[in-house]
Ligand binder design. Structure first.
Ligand SMILES: [Zn+2]
Length: 518
């Protein structure tokens, strides 16, 4: 008896503790840029959520889809999603199973019956299948007029589903609903403020169901999409004629811009984000933390171009400011684990030892690096010591420029209205990185890098200011490292610079089967 009581008290304590432990949610979103409201800046925002105020909705993870290719992918996703759901449930998050059209199957389930009184006309009136005002006049990024079926011959569309897949068991404390009204009322009654959408399909049901992203937003929820725990219905034979998974990425980009922020399952698992086995695209990890050159606008624009060329692009973001709180951090560095290329645009950040170790491990693996502008001092704060939130000393990597890039950065020349003239090193005109590149003028203030530290550095471009020594502005350091001190926001409008960036990705990834660039 005492033993049972002891176990009861212990269980209660653990449950309370789990609930007291807040969830650290790392959100990615695209917001109008501070420097130009007509362009978007990809930023990260960290919030701490109480599990008791948080729900995860599992959208349309059915037992079977009419498209066999979709069924196969959705089963793979379900197997990956369930452990995330279990972890979240154990942390005290409410789990909502929403297999649309199959609700009758669950009519006698307690997890349904509990919602029978959740009715409210004032809430029901908010639910509709319209786009959000933020999306009006915005073209959808993929053509789904064929319902996204990739089969040849096309599969016939019919109601193939009867219930939710058994790969995601429904537990006692969960809910089952396909109604925005029911959930709106229940959430209000139980203080649920944060809602995470998972499941399929991102371009259809996840967006527009009564419990989907748009309606949760209309209900005033703090809603996000878990972008690795979803999939689209998209056929690469339709516009924009890209890989299936690039199609999904374009929809996620659309959602981050016009609908809601996104997160990855890493927030719950601590592991790298999920990726489908059939996603064979080369992976590019962008590390971006900089507040001077609009890198949060320009690199996502570049990534968009690469997505259209069937590269998989993920971002590890820091705050886009020169200084201030939270600056010494990069989120989601797990993306380096499987990256085929890292593109770095970071300025003077110190990092927790564990995070710096991820970067050093990537570099030590010999995988390629494309390093831009201020990133020669990416991990050199110019200060002796930086302390983190818990008063621990953060790590710096002051030798990154010298040892990895082969550079020798010693400040820069003054800002000139006439900019810097960029010319090709004689004899290098046919180098693959310089395909489609002509001499040009850049608004960059010229970095001083002479003499380069590395003997194997091959300089490709030179920069000159009047009455100043000529400086190297683009070089390779071996086969796997490219550095350029170019990267001013206006450089990205110059055809030659854009070609340098695309050629560099091609040069470093060296994938014969990759779509030819540009
Ligand atoms: Zn199909």
């Amino acid at each position: 008896m005492y033993k049972n009581l002891f176990v009861f008290v212990l269980t209660f304590l653990f449950a309370s503790l789990a609930n007291a432990q807040s969830l650290r949610i790392s959100m990615q979103e695209r917001v109008p840029a501070e420097w130009d409201k007509n362009v978007y800046s990809l930023v990260n925002r960290i919030e701490n959520w109480k599990p008791s105020e948080t729900a995860i909705i599992i959208c349309d993870m059915w037992d079977k889809h009419w498209c066999p290719i979709a069924t196969k992918r959705f089963n793979e996703l379900a197997a990956a999603l369930n452990p995330v759901i279990e972890t979240a449930r154990n942390q005290g998050v409410l789990i909502v199973h929403s297999p649309s059209d199959c609700i009758n199957y669950y009519k006698d389930f307690a997890q349904r019956k509990i919602l029978s009184t959740c009715k409210d006309k004032n809430i029901a009136v908010l639910i509709n299948n319209q786009k959000l005002p933020s999306e009006s006049k915005i073209p959808f990024p993929i053509d789904m007029s064929d319902e996204g079926c990739e089969c040849t011959p096309k599969s016939r569309s019919y109601k193939a589903w009867t219930k939710q897949t058994d790969l995601i068991p429904i537990k006692e404390q969960d809910l089952i609903s396909e109604s925005g009204e029911e959930l709106g009322v229940y959430f209000k009654q139980h203080g649920i403020k944060n809602v995470i959408l998972t499941g399929v399909a991102t371009n259809m049901c996840v967006l527009h169901r009564p419990f989907g992203l748009r309606n949760m937003k209309r209900l005033g929820m703090n809603v996000v999409l878990m972008r690795d725990m979803t999939d689209s219905m998209y056929n690469p034979a339709k516009s924009p004629f890209v890989d299936h998974f690039s199609g999904t990425d374009l929809v996620v980009e659309y959602i981050e811009t016009y609908v809601s922020p996104t997160i990855v399952s890493t927030d719950f698992t601590g592991q790298k984000q999920f990726r489908f086995l059939d996603d064979k695209r080369k992976r590019i990890a962008f590390l971006v933390a900089e507040g001077e050159y609009h890198a949060n606008q320009r690199l996502p624009e570049f990534a968009h171009e690469l997505t259209l060329r069937n590269f998989s692009c993920d971002f590890s973001l820091g705050v886009p400011r020169m200084d201030g709180e939270g600056r010494h951090n990069l989120e989601n560095l797990h993306i380096l684990e499987n990256a085929d290329l890292a593109i770095i645009f970071v300025r003077r950040r110190a990092l927790e030892a564990e995070k710096m170790a991820k970067i050093k491990k990537y570099v030590a693996s010999g995988r390629p690096l494309l390093v831009i502008r201020t990133s020669c001092v990416a991990f050199d704060t110019n200060k002796e010591k930086i302390t983190g939130e818990n008063n621990q000393i953060l790590e710096q990597w002051k030798e990154f420029d010298r040892d990895i890039l082969g550079g020798n950065y010693q400040n820069h020349h003054e800002h000139l209205k006439t900019g810097t003239d960029i010319s090709i090193v004689p004899g290098m005109e046919n180098h693959p990185i310089l395909r489609g590149v002509k001499p040009f003028n850049s608004l960059n203030w010229l970095y001083k890098n002479r003499p380069l530290h590395s003997e194997k550095a091959q300089v490709l471009l030179l920069g000159s200011n009047p009455d100043k020594p000529i400086e190297p502005v683009l070089w390779t350091n071996g086969d796997n490292v490219i550095y350029t001190s170019l990267g001013h926001w206006d450089d990205w409008k110059i055809e030659s610079f854009k070609n340098i960036m695309l050629n560099s990705v091609n040069f470093l990834i060296k994938e014969k089967n990759q779509k030819i660039i540009p």
